[in-house]
Design a protein around this ligand. Structure first.
Ligand code: ADP
Ligand code: ASP
Ligand code: MG
Length: 450
């Protein structure tokens, strides 16, 4: 087998029977597609997260379980010879009910992972059956046998060596024989416990598996025909990008462009696997190729928006002309496993944002113990309800007039924590949530629509 394409289909692509059938056509249209990674059906992970967070009302629990049942059985109703899959899905729904009851008593990250994994475990049963019904020779593979991770529930990191070994031993030979359908988002630690890679993690799973099986192409099939200059839901005038470099696209993903999980491009870059992003609903519209180098490197490439930001400001006069203050701050943060995303400093204060959150969702929190310890050193202010706007481009720091153009357009908005200059590829700042989409639209108009 020379060419091997890994194709990932997101939640909306496998939302119902019609959407799944479109994915089947995409797979049939490319005989090198041997490994298919899919998400849970649209909306399912959100329902499971709700249960995992602990629903005490039995009535509410039941309503959520009924909704889950409806989503899956409405697809199965369109599929003949579905007895075995019906049973498998029903068994998983029983597991969901058991974990939901446990979470209602005492929620935990470990229960959350086992519970939310059920979405992908169900969708893969149904999708494999659909592919077989539509004439493909497909087999379902439990990705927890290959995608090995550490035990950080909710945001696990892959064990690359073990994953490569299992993928080469188990997955690759299977891909030679059949079209293999497997789960995105989930994995397992070395004790066999189920883990997850964080919300939106199926893209990352697909990239990790592409790396591990040594695929030649990775395709991310979603609900938009490629990567746009910004989220087209925010700015309808956003334009699709034909080709973009790994570094630009990974900056976009990092700064919250939901189209790709932030870590997706890391394995693709390591192995130089070209990545295609397209719409499973309209594959004929083409999409975006992400490669090591793009032919064009425009000054301004795209805008990304990431909400649910937590900004922590630490103020102390001891910082003035002193040394060691920042080291102390970061020691405390490291001790409490607080991961910092952005940082700006002045003589007497330092502002930082906390790294993105895990599967349970919401804005990241500064742990109480960390806040207490920091308070002994300085004044601690925590602000939420903020969004990060990032402008991604090339050589921005070296372009005369770029800053004037950007900030000139945003004169009427209140911008906080501006980070400019640390990277030639991005400029970012915080804004309050209520204004954030307007800020993106205004900047998009100024930089991309003229
Ligand atoms: P999937 O379920 O297929 O993983 P997601 O909802 O996670 O899909 O990601 C696709 C969505 O990403 C699009 O519907 C779009 O609203 C959003 N998005 C954010 N930024 C961009 C961008 N720059 N270009 C295209 N889509 C974007
Ligand atoms: N189903 C998971 C989620 O909704 C993973 C994914 O779709 O990528 O976050
Ligand atoms: Mg996604």
């Amino acid at each position: 087998m020379n060419a091997l394409t890994v194709a990932k289909f997101g939640g909306t692509s496998v939302a119902d029977y019609a959407a799944m059938s479109k994915c089947a056509s995409v797979i049939k249209g490319n005989e090198s597609t041997r490994l298919v990674v899919i998400s849970a059906c649209s909306g399912v992970t959100n329902l499971l997260v709700e249960l995992a967070n602990g629903v005490s009302s039995l009535e509410k629990q039941k309503a959520l379980l009924t909704r889950l049942q409806e989503i899956h059985f409405s697809i199965l109703a369109s599929l003949p010879e579905n007895e075995a899959v019906n049973t498998a899905v029903n068994d998983i729904l029983d597991t969901v009910a058991t974990f939901a009851a446990a979470a209602a008593k005492a929620p935990s990250d470990k229960i959350t992972d086992s519970l939310v994994a059920c979405g992908e475990l169900m969708s893969t049963h149904i999708f494999t059956h659909l592919l077989n019904q539509q004439g493909l020779d497909a087999v379902r593979f439990d990705v927890r046998d290959a995608l090995k991770t550490d035990d950080v529930h909710g945001k696990a990191s892959p064990d690359l060596i073990e994953t490569a070994y299992q993928a080469q031993t188990l997955l690759r030979p299977l891909c030679e024989e059949k079209v293999v359908v497997t789960q995105g988002f989930i994995g397992s630690d070395n004790k066999g416990n189920t883990t997850t890679l964080g919300r939106g993690g199926s893209d990352y799973s697909a990239a990790l598996l592409a790396e591990a099986v040594q695929a030649t192409t990775l395709e991310i099939w979603t609900d938009v025909p490629g990567i746009y200059s910004t989220d087209p839901r925010i700015a309808p005038a956003a334009a699709p990008i034909d080709e973009i470099s790994f570094s630009e696209a990974s900056e976009m993903a990092n700064f919250g462009a939901k189209i790709l999980h932030p870590s997706t491009l890391v394995p693709a870059m390591r192995q130089e696997i070209p990545v295609f992003v397209g719409s499973s609903k309209a594959p004929e519209k083409g999409g975006t190729w992400i490669r090591r180098d793009a032919e064009h490197s425009p000054l301004f490439r795209a805008l990304a928006l990431r909400c649910n930001q937590t900004m922590v400001t630490l103020t102390s006069l001891n910082m003035f002309h002193a040394y060691g203050f920042l080291a102390e701050v970061f020691n405390i943060l490291a001790k409490h496993k607080v991961s910092v995303d952005l940082i700006t400093t002045s003589e007497v204060s330092v502002s930082l944002t906390l790294d993105q959150t895990n599967t349970s969702g919401g804005a990241p929190k500064l742990p109480e113990a960390a806040e207490l310890e920091l308070s002994k050193l300085c004044k601690v202010t925590v602000e939420q309800d903020m969004c990060l706007v990032a402008l991604i481009g090339n050589e921005m720091g070296e372009s005369r007039g770029a800053a004037a153009q950007i900030f000139g357009a945003l004169g009427e908005y209140n911008l906080r924590m501006i980070c400019y200059g640390a990277s030639n590829h991005n400029l970012c700042f915080l804004t309050n949530t209520a204004e954030s989409k307007d800020v993106v639209r205004t900047l998009h108009k100024e930089l991309f629509e003229k």
